[in-house]
Every structure is written in structure tokens, then in C-alpha cells.
Design a protein around this ligand. Sequence first.
Ligand SMILES: C[S@@+](CC[C@H](N)C(=O)[O-])C[C@H]1O[C@@H](n2cnc3c(N)ncnc32)[C@H](O)[C@@H]1O
Length: 319
Amino acid sequence: MTSPQDEPPAGDGRAPGDPPGHDAADALALETIEVDLFVEALHRRYGYDFRDYSRASLTRRVRNLVTSLNLATISDLTTRLLHQPGRIAEVISGLSVPVSEFFRDPSVFLTLKEKVFPHLASYPQINVWQAGCAHGEEIYSLAILLSEAGLYERTRIFATDISKSALARAREGIFPLREAPDAARRYLAAGGAHSFSAYYHARYDLMKLDERLISRVTFAEHNLVTDGVFCEAHLILCRNVLIYFTTPLQDRVLARFAESLVRGGFLCVGTRENLEFSPARTQFQLVDANAQLYRLRTGAPGGPRNPVPEPFNPRRPER
Ligand SMILES: C[S@@+](CC[C@H](N)C(=O)[O-])C[C@H]1O[C@@H](n2cnc3c(N)ncnc32)[C@H](O)[C@@H]1O
């Protein structure tokens, strides 16, 4: 028989007598506390509210941030956050996942072109809001298709994100040239009518988008968790953002989208996201399941103001 004093020291903070295998569970419990404190500090000190983000993916991003900043623990990150306000943008940038691509899911863009543009075409002034625009690839893709449909000049595009650094990149309209071949393929699959290369100038290993495409896009900081209704939109594009939120937060954001849309306005969420189990579902009708495209019902209480007209569809003259 051994007494606890006889046992070799665990050497890892484990108390003598703790069963083997306890370490991992202990480390996990400690990490949970550290992430909780980090999220609380971020909220109380700066008003950024990540409390309703899905914990698993948020924890991964916090861990990555700790590694990329060469810190030892999440608590070190929290200390830095609390005492160095100048570094908040860096932290938000590290927590956001600004991954996107031109004409991501080309069939979605084709659906927008075929099922949404005809409605927008009858509207004298079109407002599009993209929430969670990352580096702008998707909104520039939409701008290209709107331009080819002759709608761009009467469209105002608001592209928003929580991350200042992502927005700064998006505003520049400069992307790695190596992305062009795949983008060109997806552009054609999305119903593009010309050549993707007509929309940028290549310089060394970069492509700079045509200024005209950038000219009607207003990039702005907006936090879907804490900020209010953004504009009276005819189309809201919010893809691959809700996936990072817990269900109650998704519901709150969807309710906000319903308030931001004109009656009959369209909402497109990511192909892995849907409204099926949300209370907001009753306010929307499904237009296309593959594209996760919805339309605010005309009688929906949230929807204000000027409905999106039905497409102009002249009857054939009868013989
Ligand atoms: C994976 S990207 C999606 C980009 C693009 N919509 C797409 O599908 O290709 C997610 C974006 O959502 C942004 N985001 C995360 N939380 C947000 C919030 N609370 N408010 C606004 N944007 C947010 C991130 O900064 C990131 O740029």
C-alpha cells in the first residue's frame, strides 16, 4: 500500500491521488473557464459580445490567437486585452474568419440572377446589404452580375463586417492573382456573360478590381449581435456567418433581417444554414432550398414600407 505522500509528483499540477486521465478533463475545464473570462472581458471592456457564439469554434479561434501572438495561455491574452486597448482590432480580426471566394457556390449566384434580379429590375432604387462581407469577394461577385444585368447603376450596396481589418482589405479590391482561374470558372457557372478577366487589372501577382465595381459599394463596420437594423434592403446576403452563432443568437439576427427588409425582400443565407427551426421562419417563404433563398412575406409584421414589385411581365398580344 502506498500513501499519497509515496506517489511520484504528477509534475503537471495534478494532485497526488488523482486518477490518470484526469489531466485532459482538468485542462479542458480550465480552458472553459479561461475562454469564459476572455469573452466576459471582451464584452465588459469593449462591448464586443461573443457570448452567444458557438463555443467549439470560438475556442479554436481563441487558441489560434494565443499561438499566433506567442502567448502562453488564454489568460495572458485576456490580460493583454484588458490592458492594451490599442490591440482590440487585432483580437477581433483574429476571432473573425474572413474566408470567402469569388462566386462561392456559383449555383447560388445563378439563382439570385434568375429568381431575384427580375424582381429587383422593376425597382427604381435597389438596396443590397451584405452582412459578414469578409474581404468582399462575394459582394464584388454580385456587383459583376448586377452590372451585367444592367442593374448596378441603380443599386446601393452596403457591405458590413465586425472586423475593421477585413473591411480595409475589402475596400482595396485587391486580391491574389492566383485566385483568378478558379474565380473565372465559377463566374461562368454563375451565369456570367463575359469574361471574368474583364473585371480586373493584373499587376505582378495581384489583381485589382475595376474601380467601377468598387464605386457603389459602401463598406461599414456593423456588428450583427449588438447593432441595429442597417438599411431598408431589397436583398440581404448573409452567408456563412450564422453558422458561428448559437441558435438563440441566430434567431435574434434573423428577426433583425426581417425588420431590415422591405416586404417581399429577399434573404439569402449559407447553404449549410437555414431558417427551418427559427421563429422567424413564419415571416419568410422559401424561394429556393438549394440556395437557401427566402422572401419576406408581404404580410409579415416586421417588413416595412415599400414592397418589392413583381417583375414586369408584359403579356403577349393576343392574335
Ligand atoms: C466565413 S466569413 C463569410 C464571408 C462570406 N459571407 C462568404 O460566405 O464567403 C464570416 C464573416 O462574418 C464576420 N462576422 C462574424 N461575426 C460577425 C458579427 N457579429 N457581425 C458582423 N460580421 C461578423 C467575420 O468577420 C467574417 O468576415
